[in-house]
Write a protein that binds this ligand. Structure first.
Ligand SMILES: Cc1ncc(COP(=O)(O)O)c(C=O)c1O
Length: 416
């Protein structure tokens, strides 16, 4: 047995958890500290945030479905029929007919042969990437990809190289110089970049994957329900439906529920049922979430006017911000609009001032993103008046916080 008396107490930290405290101090000093705010009301454009009624521009509920009566009734009916829990993993404990019905509905909507539903979008990415590639393989990822794609890539054990944001020349250079050294190659990208709002150049990426015999996984978390003639996402929007690729997405944003999915060929989906650890070894999505997502997909296809309202409000906000607010608007082709802030402190000050004025607009800071910003997300249920009020509030908050931010200059790199 080891003689513990030999451990030099002078070199041994008194508290093995003490480093967490100093790490927290660093987080505070850098203005990177985050904390959760409580919303004690139904989801929607107006919410009760920490006891105060505010206009909400912080939600990914782009079509306003999370509080929709039809989704609530579908969830309640599923609970009445199947109970609250799914009781185990699908392979071990069986699934409910609605699980399969949801997968069939997703596949039909996405024009793929089949689909598989995970407990979240995050686990869909972790499990799918880990099933598709391993130590002998290469992953090429957009540097602005979501955390779930980045962590999925790390966990897979494949070699991971980032390409510059939406930079096809950089991607082609990496394929050209690296592809031949590996067994398989997977290109992974957000379709709508979640903290920026711009779109990946999907058709060109699909051309490159054919040339270099590579697979593509596109993350439609913020495209599903929002983009394309039927709201099926960026693949539909770009006219790429039917092409071989791995389409991943979530049920938790425009679809107002919870869970993730992958849509693709029947062989791919069957393979994932056998190899995706985050699907095999976890409890199935709850009956309520499953039924709500199923109802949402029907609504999204039957009510294109929801998308039309959304895009009208997005166009209005873009135009009014450009006219009245001096902060640069990051390029966006989605309901996510970001105003570049000169620093994390400035972003926080603006966000706080907006909250005081009655608007919930989150500050997004490093390490989530390379540069600080205010992230505004628009919902179909916002009114034109609410958008106008937001723009006036941003202009007012900008003027009031100008003194704090005037000393700092916006680096040109912020304006992409
Ligand atoms: C681009 C992207 N991918 C994946 C996810 C994870 O999805 P979920 O929230 O369903 O786990 C998110 C959500 O934050 C996201 O923005």
């Amino acid at each position: 047995m080891k003689d513990f008396s030999l451990i030099d107490s002078a070199q041994t930290p008194q508290d093995p958890y003490g480093w967490i405290d100093s790490s927290m101090q660093t987080i505070h000093r850098a203005h990177w500290y985050r904390k959760v705010k409580a919303i004690a009301s139904a989801p929607g454009p107006v919410v009760a945030l920490e006891g105060k009624t505010v206009l909400n521009f912080a939600s990914n509920d782009y079509l306003g479905l999370a509080g929709d009566e039809q989704l609530k009734q579908a969830a309640i009916a599923a609970i009445q029929e199947y109970g609250t829990g799914s009781t185990g993993s699908r392979l071990l404990s069986g699934h409910r007919p609605i699980h399969r019905a949801l997968e069939t509905a997703i596949a039909a909507w996405k024009q793929t042969e089949d689909a598989i539903v995970f407990s979240s979008g995050y686990t869909a990415n972790l499990g799918t990437i880990g099933a598709l590639v391993g130590a002998k393989d290469l992953i090429l990822g957009d540097v602005y990809n979501h955390s779930s794609l980045k962590n999925g890539a790390k966990l897979s054990g494949a070699a991971l190289l980032d390409y510059n944001h939406s930079d096809l020349d950089d991607l082609e250079r990496l394929l050209d110089t690296q592809r031949s050294g590996y067994r398989r190659c997977l290109i992974v990208t957000d379709s709508v970049f979640s903290m920026d709002g711009d779109l990946c150049p999907l058709p060109q990426i699909l051309q490159l994957d054919t040339t270099f015999n590579s697979m593509v996984l596109v993350d439609e978390a913020h495209g599903t329900g929002v983009l394309g003639a039927t709201g099926a996402g960026s693949v539909e929007y770009f006219g790429c439906s039917g092409q071989p690729l791995v389409q991943m997405g979530t049920l938790s944003k425009a679809l107002g529920s919870m869970g993730g999915y992958v849509a693709g060929s029947a062989t791919l989906i069957d393979f994932l049922r056998n190899r995706a650890a985050t699907w095999i070894y976890t409890t199935a999505l709850s009956p309520a979430d499953t039924a709500a997502a199923l109802a949402a997909i029907a609504i999204v296809q039957a009510e294109p006017e929801r998308r039309q309202h959304l895009w009208e409000r997005v166009a209005q906000l873009k135009a009014q911000l450009t006219d009245r607010v001096h902060f640069p608007l990051l390029p966006s082709e989605s309901p996510i609009l970001c105003l570049a802030m000169p620093s994390a402190a400035a972003a926080l000050a603006m966000s706080q001032r907006l909250l005081d004025l009655g608007f919930y607009v989150p500050a997004i800071r490093p390490p989530t993103v390379p540069t600080s910003r205010l992230r505004l997300s628009v919902m179909a249920t916002h009114t034109a008046e609410q958008i106008e009020q937001l723009v006036s509030a941003i202009a007012q908050a900008a003027a009031e916080t100008a003194a704090e931010t005037a000393a700092e200059h916006l680096p040109p790199a912020l304006v992409r």
